[in-house]
Design a protein around this ligand. Structure first.
Ligand code: ZN
Length: 338
């Protein structure tokens, strides 16, 4: 069916009191795993592409692939740009037909150096003006997460200041706001199981209390399940012990206004564990389908479970998404403009 916008699905999620996972896609098998999971549990879904994904697969390639998934599918799909580094990248995604973009002005355009507040407001507001004129939603970020993701990140943590968050939302008009409250990108988020000292849930609560109509976004929200790490290592991997964000902490966040939950590392672990298992157990196999099929199934199983965890399962019918015809018209217009 249909592409939906981030605003549409997060507004419904807020009414229903649930969260929606945003899963990163780089290739066909990952996309099919994500959309397969959404169909299996009848959930709306956010499919997101980083700049790294766009350069890996090719922006046009990935766009056609996701449009094909949307045409063949019965569930609402949001096509979202993850961590846009500058307004031009967001404008490109909007022209390609993305229904949602993230302008991450918390860092300068190098994707590494923390910016100042004025810069962040300026670039984010430019994107909101252009995006909203075309019906596209915008996610901003205030504060910086730890960790590095696809070469993106300062490696430093700056927790989001609630006063600044209120001013930022009013000055930019973003639909959703990524907040830094102790999570980080990548597999090695914490040196031990995170406690209340590491994840500042009270910060989420305060920001939500002061911005009840802004949808909050949790980045770096993989849970890094020990059994997935163990499977990778059992079949020849060399991952160090790692702790992610416990599902119960994410669920607590959802009760306090978190609506979009970014998960990437867990998918990577599921895919790699499945492929390593085939290589180790059946070294005679060399048809890519022999290992990509189980990889796709492992990703689907993981994501279906997360969709249950976040509460989005069963909510695919809540949305008045774009009709196929409207989607095609938008697609044609975007193609003509490109
Ligand atoms: Zn992120």
């Amino acid at each position: 069916m249909p592409l939906a916008t981030l605003r549409q699905v997060l507004d419904e999620a807020a009414k229903g009191g649930y969260g929606i996972g945003a899963f990163n896609v780089n290739n066909m098998e990952q996309l099919q795993g994500i959309v397969g999971a959404a169909e299996e549990v009848q959930a709306p879904v956010i499919v997101q592409c980083s700049r790294g994904a766009l350069s890996y697969a090719g922006a046009n390639y990935i766009r056609h692939m996701i449009m094909a998934a949307a045409e063949d599918s019965s569930i609402p799909i949001v096509l979202h740009l993850d961590h846009g580094d500058k307004p031009e990248t967001c404008f490109m995604a909007i022209d390609l037909g993305f229904t949602s973009v993230m302008m991450d002005g918390s860092l300068l355009a190098d994707g590494k150096t923390p910016s100042d507040y004025e810069y962040n407001v300026d670039v984010t507001r430019q994107v909101v003006e252009a995006a909203h004129a075309k019906g596209v939603s915008v996610e901003g970020e205030l504060g910086t997460l730890g960790g590095i993701e696809d070469g993106h990140g300062s490696g430093e943590v700056h927790l989001t200041d609630p006063d600044e968050a209120v001013a930022f939302v009013h000055e930019t008009g973003v639909d959703a706001l990524a907040v830094a409250f102790g999570t980080s990108h990548g597999a090695y988020k914490f040196a031990q199981e995170p406690t209340g000292d590491v994840l500042k849930m009270d910060l989420i609560e305060e920001i939500h209390r002061r911005l009840p109509d802004t949808h909050l976004v949790m980045h770096g929200s993989s849970s890094v399940p020990p059994e997935l790490v163990a499977q990778v290592n059992q079949y020849g991997g060399a991952l160090k012990p790692a702790w992610g964000v416990p599902v119960k902490e994410i669920q607590l966040g959802i009760r306090h206004g978190v609506r979009k939950i970014n998960v990437d590392t867990d998918s990577r672990l599921a895919v790699t564990g499945a492929i390593r298992k085939v290589f180790a157990e059946s070294p005679e196999k060399f048809d890519p389908r022999d290992y990509l099929k189980p990889a796709r199934a492992a990703m689907q199983e993981l994501i279906a479970r997360r969709m249950e965890d976040f509460g989005q399962a069963g909510h695919a019918g809540d949305y008045e998404a774009l009709s196929l015809e409207e989607m095609r018209e938008g697609y044609a217009a975007a193609t003509a403009a490109a």
